[in-house]
Ligand binder design. Structure first.
Ligand code: PLP
Length: 411
């Protein structure tokens, strides 16, 4: 008899996006003439940059010739891409990395979900709340979460670090023992960042407590302010305690193409049952070489093209496009009297719902009065209750229309 992994029964389902879709569909069926604008999705809408397309086209041609044909590539990624990553994304900021500390993959979602499997099952994880749900659910599947408490909207064995307007979205250091700490900056869903000083507190804490920080930097390309850290390795000592995840999805429109990378410095150690230190990089390498067969050559050639002069220029203008949308939304809603966060160094705008409305109540109001779909903050965790996320990934036209429509809702 095939038995299931019972941990899966603890998952709370993809309640958030299915419930958003259900309410949206119900509204459309009752109001077939309404033109809905979605500022809810976290997917990009602009086409791939020219440089990326040329890089990929050239790679396709190489595969057409038996001399330049490529079969399986290195599981860790091709050196031509890793060299560009280290040179452009790290060396330029004074960070040195070795080639075998970078692992190219087909997306950060898999990397942030898979990384937990190299740690023991009694590992205590800490997440900021609200949170990108993958960190939590991947640990639920592994059996680390304990039972789900419906009233609290939380799992009993996970340490939640609330981030809200009261603490200016700066999480406090845990007041109990934790082992793995997930940090995501610029943050999805709040769009907020951490200063170097704040990030240093986490690095120091991790060092003092033998923790590892899993630093998700999927939105790094959206940082506009010079003093915001772009990599956790800008903080002294981080190469001993932090693993960093970066993705080309939002940087260069790769959500459908799929390419990302994870940095696991050799200084990051975890401990075996006898207390001996083990190099985490080696375990990740073993995991990847066993379960992953590399990101496609065509994709990696496309990713490498981002680092050409033309590629850099084109992704700058792509990011500028979305960040102009973010500014339009942010300033638009601010001028209407909303309390608004994020949207300065990230493509996400995090609104405080007006008049004490719950996240779902405000979602319904926005849908019925302005025909706009947002994402209810409570769907990202209990501390998101009373907030709503809007994204800047739409077209300029839709973004402007949405902001105009917002002026019509009754507050
Ligand atoms: N990390 C965060 C915080 C995200 O918001 C996303 C995508 O929405 C990802 C990772 C996934 O990125 P990828 O498309 O590389 O899988």
């Amino acid at each position: 008899m095939a038995k299931i992994n019972q941990n899966y029964m603890q998952l709370q389902g993809s309640y958030l996006f299915s419930e958003v879709a259900r309410r949206r569909n119900k509204f459309i069926s009752e109001n077939p003439n309404a033109s809905i604008i979605s500022l809810g999705i976290g997917d990009v809408t602009r086409p791939l940059p020219e440089a990326v397309l040329s890089g990929m086209h050239a790679a396709v041609d190489e595969l057409a010739d038996s001399v330049s044909f490529k079969g399986y590539g290195p599981e860790q990624g091709y050196e031509f891409l890793i060299a560009q990553i280290i040179g452009n994304d790290y060396n330029t900021r004074g960070i040195s990395l070795e080639t075998d500390e970078v692992f190219v993959s087909d997306g950060s979602k898999c990397d942030v979900a898979n990384i937990q499997e190299i740690f023991s099952l009694d590992t205590v994880i800490a997440v900021t709340d609200p949170v990108y749900p993958v960190y939590v659910d991947s640990n639920v599947m592994a059996g680390r979460s304990g039972a789900y408490d419906k009233t609290a909207n939380r799992y009993e064995n996970i340490v939640y670090l609330p981030c809200n307007a009261e603490n200016n979205f700066i999480p406090s250091l845990p007041d109990k023992k934790v082992d793995l700490i997930y940090l995501c900056y610029p943050n999805n869903p709040t769009g907020m960042t951490l200063s170097k000083e704040e990030l240093k507190k986490w690095v120091d804490f991790a060092k003092a407590n033998k923790c590892i920080i899993l630093y998700d930097s999927a939105y790094e390309a959206y940082i506009q302010e010079d003093d915001v850290p772009r990599s956790i390795y800008e903080i002294e000592g981080a190469k001993d305690v932090a693993i960093e995840f970066r993705s080309y999805s939002k940087t260069a429109g790769f959500t459908g193409v799929r390419c990302a990378y994870t940095v696991v410095p050799k200084g990051v150690k975890a401990y075996d049952e006898d207390g001996n230190s083990v190099t985490v990089r080696d375990l990740w390498n073993r995991r990847q070489t066993t379960k992953f067969n590399g990101c496609s050559y065509i994709t990696q050639k496309g990713a490498a093209a981002i680092y050409t002069e033309a590629g850099k220029e084109q992704i700058r203008s792509l990011v500028d496009y979305y960040m102009t949308n973010a500014k339009i939304i942010r300033e638009g809603v601010k001028s209407l009297g909303f309390e608004v966060y994020g949207g300065v160094n990230a493509p996400y705008i995090w609104l405080k719902t007006p008049n004490g409305l719950g996240s779902w109540q405000f979602f319904d109001k926005l849908l019925s009065e302005a025909n706009i779909v947002g994402t209810p903050g409570v769907g990202f965790g209990q501390s998101g209750e009373g907030y709503l996320r809007l994204t800047a990934f739409g077209s300029r036209e839709n973004t402007e229309t949405a902001v105009e429509r917002l002026t019509k809702i009754s507050l």
